[in-house]
Write a protein that binds this ligand. Structure first.
Ligand SMILES: NC(=O)c1ccc[n+]([C@@H]2O[C@H](COP(=O)([O-])OP(=O)(O)OC[C@H]3O[C@@H](n4cnc5c(N)ncnc54)[C@H](O)[C@@H]3O)[C@@H](O)[C@H]2O)c1
Ligand SMILES: [Zn+2]
Length: 358
């Protein structure tokens, strides 16, 4: 097991990454001082796979466990579902000392975290992420929230978990496409902060098949360390935390333009990262060799790299301009300075279009 500490003063917490961690959840939660009444929030599919070992571990460490099943999917990440969780917690007479456990992907994690942030003005919660995306990204850093019909994650709070437990064995049941999409965020960490991680992926991602469990533990731990150090510098995204949005300006625009039906998040981000690298090349921040390495690794990971010819670039730009990060007709882009460092540039639509790759 590897442990990464997220250092945020009194909001600090450990992230444990390892194999066979679910059976140790009770002990690790006790050690972290989690109160004895807990509610595990999950969906029926994940419950069928992982609830039993988690519950057994919690029971044997003396926890009193309730289970709250919520419907599966992003379309249920909303206040109506949160309200059903509140109902159960009130019904079970949960108090300030009780805690929630999010067992699932980013949808479950974001929604459970938001419920914990708001129930009784805030109770503890534990993240037990079961998708690669949630393990390297959503479960770390304390962004919680739910969607509105007008937009994703419009309602939310910064609220750090008490503990994050990452059992890589849960990835064995994850569909290959979801696993590959999660790899996009890992590649992102290499590009923005860690040439060694990038090189390790180059050596080991010969095709889109999964990395070994040992390597997964390492790669996830390194990713969490990078995210943690960004969050430690800028917890509430006043500025610097936006480096984590590398590839996301084009990625989010592509997701929105295709009404979230065509791409998984990581797939859109993969395309967005190649575009950001192409813009970096054009802005002379990144040389041709680094750009080619980025494009090749994304391709080798089994991820898409180009904007499909059917996409209208002007429409794509419109979606970038309504992005939270834009003002004054220019869009704030996170660019890469080769592999392992970033820079922010304000770019006009013309500058963006000139670099985009089909
Ligand atoms: N808080 C943050 O910082 C942050 C960062 C990135 C993304 N997010 C959010 O995360 C969400 C996306 O998360 P996601 O990609 O994990 O998707 P998800 O939570 O929708 O999970 C994807 C699917 O996989 C299933 N699943 C989960 N674990 C499984 C497993 N081990 N085996 C088999 N099936 C499994 C789920 O039931 C679901 O159907 C979005 O709502 C996004 O806004 C949040
Ligand atoms: Zn992302």
């Amino acid at each position: 097991m590897q442990t990464i500490n997220v250092n945020l003063g009194e909001r600090s917490y450990p992230i444990h990454v390892g194999e066979s961690l679910l059976p140790q959840a009770g002990e690790l939660m006790r050690r972290a001082g989690v109160g004895e009444r807990v509610a595990v929030v999950t969906d029926a599919k994940i419950a069928g796979l992982y609830l039993k070992p988690l519950e057994e571990s919690l029971h044997s460490s003396g926890f009193k466990v309730a289970t709250v099943l919520v419907p599966e999917g992003e379309e249920h990440k909303n206040l109506a579902t949160v309200s059903t969780i509140y109902d159960r917690l009130v019904g079970e007479r949960f108090d300030r000392g009780s805690a929630l456990v999010a067992l699932g992907g980013g949808v479950i994690g974001d929604m459970t975290g938001f419920t914990a942030a708001t129930f009784l003005r805030g109770i503890s919660y534990v993240q037990v992420p079961t998708t690669l995306l949630a393990q390297v990204d959503a479960s770390v850093g304390g962004k919680t929230g739910v969607n509105r019909p007008e937009g994703k994650n419009l309602i939310g709070a910064f609220y750090q978990p008490r503990l994050v437990l990452i059992d890589v064995d849960t990835l064995q049941s994850l569909p290959q496409r979801e696993l590959t999409a999660g790899l996009a965020e890992v590649v992102k960490y290499g590009i923005i902060a860690d040439p060694a991680l990038f090189a390790l992926l180059e050596e080991n991602l010969h095709d889109s098949t999964a990395l070994s469990r040992e390597l997964l533990v390492h790669v996830i731990a390194v990713s969490c360390r990078i995210k943690a150090s960004v969050v430690e510098k800028d917890e509430r995204e006043s500025d610097y935390r936006a480096v984590l949005n590398f590839g996301h300006t084009v990625g989010h625009a592509l997701e929105a333009l295709t009404r979230y039906e065509t791409y998984l998040h990581g797939e859109a981000v993969a395309i967005g990262m190649v575009q950001a690298a192409a813009i970096s090349l054009r802005e002379r921040l990144c040389d041709k060799a680094a750009f080619e390495r980025i494009r090749r690794l994304i391709f080798r990971a089994g991820l898409p790299a180009e904007i499909p010819s059917g996409v209208d670039l002007r429409e794509l730009l419109k979606h970038m301009e309504v992005d939270k990060k834009s003002t004054g007709g220019k869009v704030k882009f996170v660019l890469c300075r080769g592999i392992g460092a970033t820079a922010f540039h304000w770019l006009s639509p013309a500058e963006i279009v000139a670099a985009l790759q089909r």
